[in-house]
Design a protein around this ligand. Structure first.
Ligand code: CP
Length: 306
């Protein structure tokens, strides 16, 4: 039984297989419409979500399966004090696979030690969000036609942004990647991402504070929201929240084929004036996410599809 807790839980071979299957599903969804007939996913969300929960649920429904779960801890016996361990032991009696989002880093890992069915980490605190990374990789492949030889800018809250940490891990496995890490000093990427991920992979990187001065060198710009819910005090959030706002003026400084991704939700960090720019991929990215999750679910529950 395989769980997906960290992006590195997938070998490069498994990862590429999922990306290829996602693309086949995107191109021919009807072929897979009954693949998971009789199967169920449970979505256990202890923290708010729009995209991740609904895309997991849409993915299973579009595979012909069914969905159970809760969208907040207050809707379940968690509110009576039930532990993560007992919750997954229980839900594992009903479902074939569980997608769990939790505010505590490591909660899905703990769940995987007790669950009778595969656990998918749908975001744990400021730690990891591996299925957002699958979404991002499907998007980059579709929009750029490759996953290697790229200058990747990551901008905003690189400290608390779990999507950033997972994406850097995944992209560090491809050749010719250079990271431009754009953030205020207080929201720099955690040291372990540099020392345990980027440097061992032998990849180039730079840490900078200006978006304007660096946007022109990027093949992809990954914008992120400042993660208000992970700050210890409101004053720091208010001071930092609008450090970077991508607008049409800044897009004029970018390459004509640079793509803009954002895991969403956005607050102010991308002006709506950018939305109609063909380089803005973030709503197409949402759509690709469903196919990434369809492919992942298929492999984790062992559907016979190709
Ligand atoms: N990208 C993402 O995780 O969005 P949600 O918080 O809406 O699930």
């Amino acid at each position: 039984m395989k769980h997906l807790i960290d992006p590195m839980d997938l070998s490069l071979e498994e990862l590429n297989d999922i990306l290829e299957l996602a693309e086949k599903m995107y191109n021919n969804p009807g072929k897979y419409a009954e693949a998971a007939k009789g199967k169920k996913i449970a979505t256990l969300f202890y923290e708010p979500s729009t995209r991740t929960r609904l895309s997991f649920e849409s993915a299973m429904l579009d595979l012909g399966g069914n969905v159970i779960g809760f969208s907040s801890a207050t809707d379940s016996s968690v509110s009576k004090g039930e532990s993560v361990e007992d919750t997954v032991r229980t839900v594992g009696c009903f479902a074939d696979v569980i997608a769990m989002r939790h505010p505590n880093e490591g909660a899905p890992k703990l769940a995987s030690m007790f669950s009778p069915v595969p656990i998918i980490n749908a975001g744990d605190g400021g730690h990891n969000h591996p299925t957002q990374t699958l979404t991002d990789l499907v998007t980059i492949r579709k929009e750029k036609g490759r996953l290697d030889n790229m200058v990747i800018g990551l901008c905003g809250d690189l400290k608390f942004g779990r999507t950033v940490h997972s994406l850097i891990k995944a992209m560090s496995r491809y050749e010719g990647i250079k990271f431009v890490l754009i953030s205020p000093q207080e929201l720099r990427v955690p040291d372990y991402i540099i020392s345990e991920v980027i440097e061992p992979a032998g990849l180039e990187y730079e840490e900078v504070t200006s978006l304007e001065e660096n946007i022109g060198k990027l093949d992809m710009l990954y914008m992120t929201r400042v993660q208000r819910e992970r700050f210890f005090n409101e004053a720091d959030y208010v001071r930092l929240k609008d450090t970077y706002i991508l607008d049409s003026k800044k897009m004029k400084l970018a390459k004509q084929d640079m793509i803009v991704l954002h895991p969403l939700p956005r607050v102010n960090e991308i002006s709506p004036s950018v939305d109609n720019d063909p380089r803005a991929c973030y709503f197409r990215q949402v759509k690709y996410g469903k196919f990434a999750r369809m492919a992942l679910i298929s492999r984790l529950i062992g559907l016979d599809v190709d």
